[in-house]
Write a new protein. Structure first.
Length: 261
C-alpha cells in the first residue's frame, strides 16, 4: 500500500467512514472490534513515517511517492470455523497470528493489528512497514515466495498446537492477489454457495454408487449365466415374499444375529 492510501485504510480499520464499500459492516457491533497492538495516540501515517525515519538509510535516497510502505495481511477462516467460538477464543486465535507475524517481520515494523468482529466473519487486519535487514524499504524483497511458504507452513502448526482445527494453505499457491473488497466479496459468495455445492456433491456421489451397483449386478448376472445358475437365481428371487418382516431376537443393542429360516 502506498503512503497516499494509509489514511483511508485507517478510516476503514477504525470505522471512521460513514459508508463502507463491502456493505457488510454493522456499526452497532463495531464496539466489539479488538486492537491487539497499541501505539498510543499516533495515527497510521505517523507510525509509518516514524518507522521509515528511524532506520539508517543505506542508500541516502528519499522514499519514492509510489513506494509500498505498508503490507496488509487479512487473516480469517470460513464461517463454520468460528461458529460457536467464544470471543476469548477468537482473540486467542488472532493473537497467535499477530505474535507470529510480528516476530517474523519485526515487532517495530507492525503498524496495526485489528480484529473486526462487526462483519459476517471475524477477521484480522495486520499491516507492517516492509524494511529489509539492511534497512532498505523494499516490499518485493520482504514478501517473496519463500516468506509466504514459511508462513503457510509454520503458522498453522502453531494454531494446531493450541487445538485450533485449521489447515495450512497450498504450497507455492499461484492464486491471484486480491484487493480487500474482492477478497471479502469472494468469501461471502463462497459461503452463500456452500449448501448448494454440498447438495450437488451428494447427488453426484449417489449417482456414482448406483452406477457401481448396476455394474456389479451385471457382472454377477454374467457369472451366473456362464455356470447355468441364473434360472435358479431367478427362481429364488421369485420365491422371496415381498413385505416379509424378519423379527430381531432378543439381545443387546448392536449385537449381530443370524436368524435361521
Amino acid at each position: 500500500m502506498k503512503i497516499g492510501n494509509i489514511s483511508g485504510l485507517e478510516r476503514h480499520n477504525e470505522r471512521r467512514n460513514k459508508r463502507f464499500s463491502n456493505g457488510n459492516v454493522d456499526l452497532s457491533r463495531s464496539g466489539k472490534n479488538i486492537h491487539l497492538i497499541d501505539h498510543g495516540n499516533r495515527n497510521y501515517l505517523q507510525i509509518v513515517k516514524d518507522r521509515i525515519a528511524e532506520r539508517s538509510n543505506p542508500t541516502g535516497r528519499a522514499v519514492r511517492k509510489d513506494a509500498v510502505v505498508d503490507i496488509d495481511f487479512i487473516i480469517s477462516s470460513d464461517a463454520d470455523f468460528f461458529k460457536g467460538m467464544s470471543e476469548e477464543r477468537i482473540r486467542e486465535y488472532f493473537q497467535i497470528c499477530t505474535d507470529y507475524l510480528s516476530g517474523f517481520f519485526g515487532n517495530d515494523a507492525v503498524i496495526y493489528s485489528v480484529i473486526h468482529m462487526d462483519e459476517t466473519t471475524p477477521h484480522l487486519h495486520l499491516g507492517f512497514v516492509p524494511i529489509t535487514k539492511d534497512n532498505r524499504l523494499c516490499a518485493k524483497e520482504i514478501m517473496n515466495r519463500n516468506a509466504l511458504f514459511t508462513i503457510q507452513e509454520k503458522l498453522p502448526e502453531l494454531l494446531k498446537q493450541k487445538e485450533f482445527a485449521i489447515e495450512r494453505g497450498e504450497n507455492f499457491s499461484m492464486a491471484e492477489h486480491k484487493t480487500v473488497k474482492k477478497f471479502k466479496s469472494d468469501r461471502e459468495k463462497a459461503a452463500s454457495e456452500k449448501p448448494s455445492v454440498l447438495a450437488k456433491v451428494k447427488e453426484i456421489e449417489q449417482e456414482q454408487r448406483i452406477g457401481f451397483l448396476e455394474k456389479q449386478l451385471e457382472i454377477a448376472r454374467k457369472i451366473l449365466m456362464e455356470h447355468g445358475l441364473f434360472p435358479l437365481f431367478q427362481e429364488m428371487i421369485r420365491r422371496i415374499k415381498p413385505g416379509r418382516k424378519h423379527e430381531r431376537p432378543e439381545g443387546k443393542r448392536g449385537d449381530f444375529h443370524v436368524t435361521p429360516e
